[in-house]
Design a protein around this ligand. Structure first.
Ligand code: SAM
Length: 249
């Protein structure tokens, strides 16, 4: 069973290995007027600040909530202008009516939404938006690469059941989960496809950060890259879901 403490145990690798989110996603948030100089952002599950930094660079004032002390420490060091609360989305003390934008970047699947959605709603001002995204590491619309064939073979040997809940690309199911309580309504949904070339060591590091991959599987993936020439082109997709705050839930 994947463990949310996995990231904390690999904080240093996490910071180094996770590729940045696609530039088009940030452009879209700016174009929609959701991210601008002075925007007050509540970021839940901020990790080492992969998303935080982009928002700070866009002029936003970010309060980052992260339960892992080592992850939060790295975020603080890297982005001293961010406010940081070490705690969970379910329990960290949040100010009321204080944020225009809430963000969960590759984190929403760890939350108890029955607790978190009303908390985000309370923390936001009227007209607030909750932006939720994850990344599917492997774009199913792209023809299978030799490396992805190897990855599929590795994961097919697993005995444990896949992570419970809808997958990254099942945005319809996520919208249903995120709007079911009545605190938010569905706004914009958009998929951003992107590609990144990774060397063997980068694959070793990146796959180490995946909470459903064990060290033997990571080694097999790294060996596969070596056998394929030491570099692979990976195709990923980041679906973005924008939720509008409902005034009277
Ligand atoms: C895949 S990482 C994403 C980190 C960062 N947002 C990013 O985009 O790189 C998932 C993060 O969610 C955090 N997390 C897990 N359970 C959480 C919870 N209940 N409340 C808040 N954050 C949580 C983990 O500690 C981890 O930092």
């Amino acid at each position: 069973m994947p463990d949310p403490g996995h990231f904390e145990a690999h904080a240093e690798v996490y910071e180094r290995a996770r590729p940045p989110y696609p530039a088009q996603l940030w452009t879209r948030l700016r174009e929609l007027g959701l991210l601008a100089p002075g925007t007050r952002v509540l970021e839940l599950g901020a990790g080492t600040g992969q998303a935080t930094g982009q928002m700070i660079d866009a002029g936003a004032r970010v309060l980052a909530v992260e339960p892992g002390a080592a992850l939060a420490g790295r975020l603080r060091q890297r982005w001293p202008r961010a406010g940081v609360l070490v705690g969970t989305a379910e329990a960290a003390p949040l100010p009321a009516a204080a944020f225009e934008l809430a963000v969960a970047a590759t984190a929403v699947h760890w939350f108890d939404l029955g607790v978190v959605l009303p908390r985000v709603h309370r923390a936001q001002v009227p007209g607030g938006c909750f932006a939720v995204w994850r990344t599917a590491f492997g774009d199913p619309s792209v023809p299978l690469t030799p490396f992805r064939e190897r990855v599929a073979r590795i994961t097919a040997r697993r005995r444990q059941p896949p992570r419970p809940g809808p997958g990254e690309l099942d945005t319809a199911a996520w919208v249903q989960r995120l709007t079911g309580s009545g605190h938010f309504s569905a706004g914009h949904v958009e998929h951003f496809a992107w590609a990144v070339e990774l060397r063997t060591e980068q694959v070793r590091d990146l796959f180490t950060t995946f909470s459903d991959w064990d060290p033997a599987e990571v080694a097999q993936a790294a060996d596969a890259v070596d056998e394929l020439g030491g570099r692979v082109l990976e195709h990923y997709v980041t679906p973005l879901i924008l939720l509008e705050r409902v005034q009277e839930p």
